[in-house]
Design a binder for this molecule. Structure first.
Ligand SMILES: Cc1ncc(COP(=O)(O)O)c(C=O)c1O
Length: 366
């Protein structure tokens, strides 16, 4: 057992195990659920006994009076369990997700889930649903820990009661399913997702709510995602709606510096950490879109990609750029070849599936 989880005093009641979910390869992301969830009640005042329950997903009741539905106290994580080369199941960088979850809860004034409790729940839940972890190439079980406010009160303020859940769904390819395609990304200076002093750094529902309208406009122009620029200058690159951003310039691996408005992505961090071993120099910097555009057009920047737990490492082939919503869009294309992106992708996948030795405690075996 991983050292970090051995002290957690979590008691878990388990239901009878249901058969694993059936799926066709590369199902729609986030739509095919494993049949069980983990559920635990928590209080803001910290008087928590950490009694959890693993139960059938379909038995969970829900009421429209729940305060989360009205005032948005909702945080979550997205992490993956992978079938390892040796047949075991391993969760990728669970400790990093545990810390980020706790930070998000603090920012949103929600009940605390200590790291060891979070990790123990992840470990026990994943072990219980392990027969749902796919063995097919490029598949995994996407784990979704969620914390929601659960007071039955229609008055704005921090709730006293919370529910911690873990659910999971089958994940295949994110862009283009079995045949991954290079993403086409929309950039519009008028789109704002997060701003200094706001919630951008927390993995909370409001950030995703803010991205739904820009995402809709992007989809109407056949774009897969939106790349957001900063809220003050409308020029510095922040991140995509659900992924961090990278660019390759010679041997430099460029990514926007953490500025409080973007998520401290676990995939981003992992790529920065493995880059030197692959001959790339990680550079965290302020990256203006104006400069990026110029450097793509002059051939200095040759590759761009998005990364995240769901999308892994997804090459970006085109940007559709607009100064304003009314402006004529400009198409900016990147070369077909993206050797650094492919090298990072295959290295990361190798680590996640236990084919390449993971640094430190990156894989939590269940
Ligand atoms: C807004 C946002 N940025 C970045 C990421 C990538 O983070 P990670 O690599 O931890 O999945 C995600 C996905 O969780 C996200 O939702």
């Amino acid at each position: 057992m991983n050292a970090i989880t051995k002290n957690a005093t979590v008691k878990i009641k388990r239901c009878e195990k249901l058969p694993p979910v059936h799926f066709t390869p590369h199902p729609l992301f986030g739509a095919v659920f494993a049949p069980h969830i983990l559920r635990m009640n928590l209080h803001l005042d910290g008087t928590n006994d950490f009694n959890a329950e693993i139960k059938p997903l379909e038995d969970e009741p829900f009421s429209p009076t729940s305060s989360v539905l009205h005032y948005g106290q909702s945080i979550f994580e997205g992490m993956k369990a992978f079938r390892q080369k040796d047949g075991r199941v391993g969760v990728f960088r669970a400790d990093k997700h545990a810390t980020r979850f706790r930070n998000s809860a603090r920012r949103m004034v929600m009940a605390d889930v200590p790291e060891d409790v979070f990790l123990k729940c992840i470990q026990e839940y994943t072990a219980f649903v392990a027969d749902n972890v796919p063995s097919e190439p490029d598949h995994s079980l996407y784990l979704r820990p969620l914390l929601i406010a659960a007071d039955h009160k229609i008055k704005v303020g921090a709730a006293q009661s919370y529910i911690f859940y873990i659910m999971s769904s089958i994940a295949g390819g994110y862009f283009g399913g079995a045949k991954p395609k290079r993403a086409r990304v929309m950039v519009n200076r008028q789109f704002v997702r997060a701003y200094p002093g706001g919630l951008g750094e927390a993995k909370t529902a409001a950030n995703y709510a803010a991205s739904i309208w820009p995402q809709r406009l992007a989809a109407q122009r056949e774009c897969d995602q939106v790349l957001y620029l900063d809220a003050l200058h409308h020029d510095f690159i922040d991140e995509l709606g659900g992924m961090n951003f990278f660019a390759v310039r010679g041997k430099e691996l460029l990514t926007p510096v953490l500025n409080g408005c973007i998520l401290d992505g676990v995939t981003r961090r992992s790529l920065l950490e493995v880059a030197p071993a692959l001959g790339l120099k990680p550079v965290e910097t302020q990256l203006s879109f104006t400069d990026l555009r110029k450097q793509i057009q002059t051939g200095k920047i040759t590759e761009t990609f998005a990364c995240g737990t769901a999308a892994v490492v997804s090459p970006i082939g085109e940007f559709l750029f607009q100064d304003t919503l009314e402006a004529q869009p400009e198409l900016i294309s990147l070369p077909e070849q993206n050797p650094a992106t492919q090298q990072l992708l295959s290295h990361l996948k190798g680590i996640q599936h236990g084919e390449i030795k993971a640094p430190g405690n990156w894989i939590l075996h269940v």
